[in-house]
Design a protein around this ligand. Structure first.
Ligand code: ADP
Ligand code: MG
Length: 269
């Protein structure tokens, strides 16, 4: 495993002063209020914050699933719309969302086979190879129901890599897994990402998970959803299970918890 810093001069993700409200006049709720952030190519950024603070909405705005009311988002210098059309954005949802009647391989192939014409000539990755690199080589002809939750989630992550996207957005992908399994998935994701550096926006509820994975942690506050604090994670890579036991890790854990605590306290005044 090699550690590489990949900042090849591409701009990555830029979110500039994005605001979003839901609801009709009178009962309108501001869910995102002036959110700005950037994720360089090859950077891993996590978003953490209380339920309802707009994490998923922010992710959906970046993935082009929800339109911002104000502000702008660019992916690699282009609009979200054209980035989505160009398959520059890979999305890993909270639940694996695999089709139960298709094998794992066919699920991962699916993005390639739908709209085959539009995909012609596009750089794609070999689904079998991808699945093998996620440790699912022996499971490709199984059905999702025959796999553990962790394996299903890995298949969903492999699927997001099919078009070799520039950015990957992941919404609490491991939240349904037990802690042991979750930790394995984290380390597996890190290992894969280390050799396939993408700009990643990763939403999580877990403080250790955010620290373990990220270059930077964005702490959000709720009502309205906004960025409260940004914490740099200077831990060296590659990170391993031993990283959890270091003093630096524990210091960061304290800092992130303190930031979250501050956000929660303010929510109650
Ligand atoms: N499509 C929608 N219509 C109305 N309200 C929404 C919609 N999507 C999200 N919300 C509201 O926006 C707030 C933030 O939601 P969300 O982004 O899912 O938060 P988080 O992921 O941080 O838990 C919540 O109060 C939620 O009810
Ligand atoms: Mg959410």
């Amino acid at each position: 495993m090699t550690t590489q810093t990949v900042h090849d001069g591409r701009p990555g993700v830029r979110v500039d002063n994005v605001s979003k409200s839901f609801g009709a006049n009178g009962s309108r709720v501001t869910v995102l209020d002036g959110v700005s952030l950037s994720i360089g190519m090859g950077e891993f950024v996590s978003v953490i914050g209380p339920s309802g603070c707009g994490k998923s909405t922010l992710l959906k705005v970046i993935a082009g699933l929800v339109e911002a009311d104000e502000g702008s988002v660019t992916i690699d210098g282009t609009s979200v719309r054209s980035a989505a059309d160009g398959k520059l954005i890979g999305l890993v949802p909270q639940s694996p969302a695999l089709l139960p009647w298709r094998t794992v391989l066919d699920n991962v192939r699916l993005p390639l086979t739908v709209n085959r014409k539009a995909n012609a000539g596009r750089a794609v990755r070999d689904p079998e190879e991808l699945l093998a690199s996620f440790g699912l080589g022996a499971a490709i002809h199984k059905y999702p129901g025959q796999l553990s939750g962790g394996m299903q989630q890995r298949a969903a992550i492999a699927r997001a890599f099919v078009f070799d996207p520039s950015i990957l957005v992941m919404d609490e992908p491991f939240s349904a897994l037990d802690e042991m399994n979750r930790d394995q998935q984290r380390l597996g994701l890190l290992e894969f990402w280390n050799s396939n550096r993408k700009a990643v926006l990763f939403v999580t509820h877990s403080v250790p998970e955010a620290i373990m994975l990220s270059d930077r942690i964005i702490v959000m506050a709720a009502h309205p959803g906004r960025i409260a604090e940004v914490i740099d994670v200077g831990l060296p890579r590659p990170r391993t299970a031993e990283t959890y036991d270091t003093a630096e890790f524990r210091d960061l854990e304290r800092d992130v918890r303190a930031a979250l605590h501050g956000v929660m306290e303010k929510a109650h005044v």
